[in-house]
Write a protein that binds this ligand. Structure first.
Ligand code: SF4
Length: 60
């Protein structure tokens, strides 16, 4: 199981979240925890997250 750092998760997931606050990075919502487990278990790659982020960007 590959460890994923909180920083990687914040950069990959939180920074596109409407609730993200740069000065408050302590809280971890359920989606954050679930995505972290999926990445650590190799069921989801960070590349997949960044691909999804690109799609989000094109829809906004
Ligand atoms: S922890 Fe969850 S709610 Fe908070 S910024 Fe990250 S994704 Fe958004």
């Amino acid at each position: 199981m590959a460890e994923v750092t909180k920083r990687e998760m914040i950069d990959g997931v939180c920074k596109v979240c409407d609730f993200y606050k740069e000065n408050d990075e302590q809280l971890e919502c359920g989606a954050f925890k679930i995505i972290k487990i999926l990445v650590e278990e190799g069921k989801l790659r960070m590349e997949d997250i960044y691909f999804a982020r690109e799609r989000l960007g094109s829809q906004r």
